[in-house]
Each structure stands twice: as C-alpha cells, then as structure tokens.
Design a binder for this molecule. Structure first.
Ligand code: SF4
Length: 237
C-alpha cells in the first residue's frame, strides 16, 4: 500500500472495506483535546494517504488490527455525552481520514444537535462535488483541509502517493466553497517557505478567504515519526 502510483480513490475504497461494516466505522480513540479551546474528539482508523510524518501509527498502517466498530448512534452518544460533561459545544473528527465511510459520516451528522459544532479534519482528497453538497446540508460543520505541500511534487514526497492528490485537495476546497460549506486550509510547517507564496496565490484564485485563512500546522516530532521520515529520505530538523 505504500507505492507511489496508486489511485487515492481506489485506496480509500480498499481501506473502507476494513474500517466500515454495516455502517459502523472503526475508531481508535475518543478524547478531549486542547485544540480550538477544548474539543471532544473521535479519532478514526484508516487513511488513503501515507504521510511520512503521520502520528497515528498502527491506526493507519494496520487498520485491520486497530480500533473498534461504532455505529453512528454510538459515536453521537459518546461525543454528546463528552460535550455535556466538559461543558463545550465543540466536537471534532480526526485521527485517520474521517471522510472514508461517507454513509457513516452523514448518518452521524444527522444525529448531532444543531447547537453542537463539528470540525471535520480531512485530507480532502475524497471531497468531490457530491460529497461537498451533502456536507452543505449541515449548518454546524466546519471543514479543515490539511494540505500536504504546496505543489504536486511536495504532495508526493510527503504522502508517498501520486502528485495528483494535490489537485484533489485544491478541488475539495473549491467544491466546499461552491457548496457554501465553512472551510479553511492548513499546511504542515515541513513545507518549504519558498513554495508558500505560490500556494497562497492558488488559494486566492479559488477564494480570497482561503488564502487569508491558511493555517500553519506545527509539526510535532516524535522519535517514531522522525525514524519514519529518515527512512523516506527526509532529514529533520
Ligand atoms: S492524512 Fe493524516 S491520517 Fe492520513 S496519513 Fe496523512 S497525517 Fe496520517
């Protein structure tokens, strides 16, 4: 699964076979996180990318052996309960790639009260026009698209997947904006500063808001991740 030329949609379908069963989706953790103030977070198993800096380890590398299946009702119950106990109205889906298993995600969104905001953290590669339209039905969702580099070449280097994924990410931003979904892009600070001006221009071509709202995500090194990066020829720092 770590070859460079595999098609991202095909990989996502393959991963979905492992992490979705009867509309139950695999999660490896539910937790409170300090991002965005305090936020109740469900971390899903499985992803269609293979980022060299990925921190979720086994939950990406071995979805078969990671996590447990949860129905949309169970996930809603858990996250709503956490939100009540911690007195926050913010929840988040993160971890692996939460747009894998579209039927589960949409069923979960149906179950969330409108006064709870959901932040969907995604690599965006699966968000085509239809998917963006479906997400637009929910007024309480905000999407954070985590960009993997400022060019197709960087995308390839950081994700070990084909560079066409860069364009899928740009399309996701365009589709979400066109559908009226609240969205902002983020980029990991492993990306060379030299490429950021061009990226900002590209984002502004889609919508000025995206360029202004670009978030710089801080890379958090761990020995395991640094080892993986070294293996793929990326020396840090
Ligand atoms: S998109 Fe996120 S979960 Fe997927 S491989 Fe990259 S860092 Fe890991």
């Amino acid at each position: 699964m770590d070859g460079m030329d595999l098609n991202l949609i095909r990989i996502a379908k393959w991963v979905e076979k492992t992490v979705l069963k009867d509309n139950e989706r695999k999660y490896f953790r539910f937790r409170m996180a300090r991002f965005y103030g305090d936020i109740c977070t469900g971390d899903v198993v499985g992803c269609n990318l293979s980022c060299i800096y990925c921190w979720i380890g086994k939950a990406r590398e071995d979805p078969q052996l990671s996590g447990e299946f949860y129905s949309p009702d169970k996930v809603a119950e858990k996250l709503i309960d956490m939100s009540k106990r911690s007195d926050t109205k913010k929840i988040r889906l993160s971890g692996g790639e939460p747009t894998i298993g579209r039927s589960h995600l949409l069923a979960l969104l149906e179950l969330l009260p409108s006064d709870i905001s959901l932040i969907l953290e995604t690599n965006g590669t699966l968000i085509d026009r239809d998917y963006a339209d479906e997400l637009s039905k929910f007024g309480n969702i905000h999407v954070r698209v985590s960009l993997k580099g400022a060019t197709p070449e960087e995308f390839e280097r950081l994700t070990l997947r084909g560079g066409e994924g860069f364009y899928l990410q740009m399309n996701a931003l365009r589709n979400l904006i066109n559908a009226g979904v609240s969205v902002h892009p983020a980029i990991i600070d492993l990306t060379p500063v030299s490429g950021l001006a061009k990226l900002t221009e590209k984002l502004a071509d889609i919508d000025e808001k995206l360029a202004v709202g670009l978030e710089y995500e801080r890379f958090v090194p761990s020995p395991r991740v640094i080892e993986r990066m070294k293996k793929h020829g990326f020396v840090y720092p």
